[in-house]
Ligand binder design. Structure first.
Ligand code: ZN
Length: 114
């Protein structure tokens, strides 16, 4: 199979979440809320207390270089470790990834397999 390309990375991140570790899921959620400058401090505190975001040092260390770098690392790890297990909706003509698991038209060559 081809190497990663942006559309495939987006698909893996959005639709292959079952291969993400708990730490990865928590780090991404936590970095998202930390990035929103208008999230009030009391809400962040509440989210930590209820386990929706994390203050685990290991999780915090994963987000030091920001959301995009974290997302790229997660996708690359999933791709390297689970490539054969991913259910990818690939175009029957050009072999590239569709936009969603249910899409029936190719975003690259526009082949339609409805
Ligand atoms: Zn195609």
């Amino acid at each position: 199979m081809n190497d990663l390309y942006p559309e495939l990375e987006t698909y893996i991140f959005r639709f292959c979440g079952e291969f993400q570790t708990h730490h990865e899921v928590m780090a991404y959620k936590t970095v998202l809320y930390h990035n929103l400058s208008d999230t009030p401090a009391h809400l962040l505190k509440l989210m930590k207390e209820t386990g929706q975001i994390s203050d685990d040092p290991e999780v915090l260390a994963m987000m030091v270089d920001g959301r995009d770098a974290l997302r790229d690392r997660i996708v690359r790890r999933v791709w390297e470790q689970h490539r054969q297990e991913l259910s990818l909706n690939l175009c029957p003509v050009c072999g590239k990834i569709a936009r969603t698991p249910k899409a029936r038209q190719c975003q690259f060559c526009y082949h339609n397999w409805h």
